[in-house]
Design a protein around this ligand. Structure first.
Ligand code: PMP
Length: 444
């Protein structure tokens, strides 16, 4: 319709070109797994707004909690007093932390801000400066986090100088090493831990290094779970050298991988855990949690900010935690994950499915890789036009069939990241659209 074209053109004109955008759809309404556009098109959402609306768009209990809070107090400023909504939220968060020592919180708005907060804490607590990140990691687009992001150069390119003192080490991902998909995990882990030890001998001395930061499932770098033995190895090396271990669970947290936090699967204790996205199901809220002892090493006044843990977002997050319990969301994650992975593995036996090189992930954070060769395009947000790889073409074909699906990383990877509340029928529909799209691409 004409009004849609006009509105999209208005957006193109008045919103920065710096935003990569998957489609020109204009989202007006979202309920559960469906988004409705201004033109009345219903889109099946396999993105959850990049892993945010884990309980589906506008979950009624979350919406109700936010509405109630709006009528009470919206801005309960944390440098001036305590926010009742924040205290309530902490009570809900304490029992779901991956380790009981993680009992002291700091709230922010975005994932990147929380990552920066973790760096500040690590530096203040250790009185050391350097940070070791994983090759392929994504931690945000601010000047500090762009320096820590190693999934694509686009995030830092032309924006330097970025924060100094960041060193990258290997993550056990076959494509990152240029190795075949069937390379044994133990070999990738062995090589990656070896590289970390060398990093500490050749690039940044332990006495200068505050922390190692890792996404327990690499997100923007390709949807690759860190093997538990790698996380254990990291913990050991950190303990040996007095480094803090920071887990960035901005994307993998809040039920996404089938446990509340991905690191739980390994039993490894992070010193600092970073959360955002799914915590408030669409309201801006992020933060870090650490031990009371480490958090006490920060000087009063060194942390905080105008919107540090907005009251409406906190109320929404409290409702999110309650919904996880009341609606047994993690049971659905397990069932729908199996449904999706079984489908993808069966698909691999069909002619078009042979294009698939690897299916991996945990819970509803599932990656489908077509080829280990890096793509020619640097942006995951621009489909077929610029990105000639299979993933880009499949994304475009899915879009034609009214399904939103994202690619990820410099490799040829698609990511399934639907709402954790997705129904069996919706998942079946997503699978059949995906097969149609892949069949179409295979013909081209
Ligand atoms: N860390 C990880 C692991 C992420 O996936 C993201 C966002 N994709 C961020 C940090 C940054 O979060 P935000 O976009 O909210 O700043």
């Amino acid at each position: 319709p004409a009004h849609h074209v006009d509105a999209a053109a208005f957006g193109e004109q008045h919103i920065t070109k710096g935003i990569g955008r998957l489609s020109k759809h204009i989202f007006e309404d979202g309920k559960g797994t469906l988004i409705t556009t201004d033109a009345g098109v219903k889109l099946l959402d396999m993105t959850s707004g990049i892993g945010v609306c884990n309980l589906g768009h506008c979950h009624p209990k979350v919406t109700e909690a936010a509405q109630k809070q709006c009528a009470k107090i919206t801005h309960a400023q944390v440098n001036i007093g305590f926010s009742a909504a924040q205290l309530e939220l902490i009570k809900e968060l304490l029992p779901i932390m991956p380790h009981p020592s993680l009992d002291t919180f700091f709230f922010w708005n975005s994932g990147a801000e929380a990552v920066e907060a973790s760096v500040k804490l690590a530096r203040a607590a250790t009185k050391k400066q350097n940070i070791i990140v994983m090759q392929g990691s994504y931690h945000g687009r601010t000047a500090a986090t762009a320096a820590m992001t190693r999934s694509k150069t686009i995030y830092g390119e032309g924006h330097g100088p970025l924060m100094p003192g960041v060193f990258a080490t290997a993550f056990p991902y076959y494509a990152q090493f240029g190795l075949p998909a069937d390379t044994p995990t133990s070999e990738l882990v062995r090589q990656s831990l070896h590289q970390l030890r060398l990093t500490l001998q050749q690039q940044t001395a332990p006495s200068d290094t505050a922390a190692v930061i890792i996404e327990p499932v690499i997100g923007e770098g390709g949807y690759v779970p860190a093997p538990p033995e790698f996380l254990h190895g990291l913990r050991e090396i950190c303990d040996e050298h007095g480094l803090l271990l920071i887990c960035d669970e901005v994307q993998s947290g809040f039920g996404r991988t089938g446990t509340m936090f991905a690191v739980e699967e390994s039993g490894v204790r992070p010193d600092i855990l970073i959360y955002a996205k799914g915590i408030a199901n669409g309201f801006p809220l992020s933060g870090i949690v650490s031990t009371h002892e480490l958090m006490s090493r920060q000087k009063p006044g060194s942390m905080g900010g105008t919107y540090a843990g907005n009251a409406v977002s906190c109320a929404a997050a409290t409702a999110v935690c309650q919904v996880f319990k009341e609606e047994k969301v993690l049971d659905n994650v397990a069932a729908r994950s199996k449904q999706l992975v079984d489908f993808l593995q069966d698909l691999r036996k069909t002619p078009s499915g042979r294009l698939i090189e690897d299916v991996r992930g945990r819970g509803l954070m599932i990656g489908v890789q077509f080829s280990g060769t890096p793509t020619s395009s640097v942006s995951s947000n621009v489909p077929a036009a610029a990105k000639v790889q299979i993933s880009g073409k499949v994304v475009a074909e899915c879009l034609k069939r009214n399904m939103l699906l994202l690619s990820t990383s410099v490799f040829d990877v698609l990511r399934f990241i639907p709402p954790l509340t997705i129904s069996e029928a919706e998942m079946a529909q997503a699978c059949s659209i995906f097969k149609e799209a892949l069949d179409e691409v295979a013909k081209q």
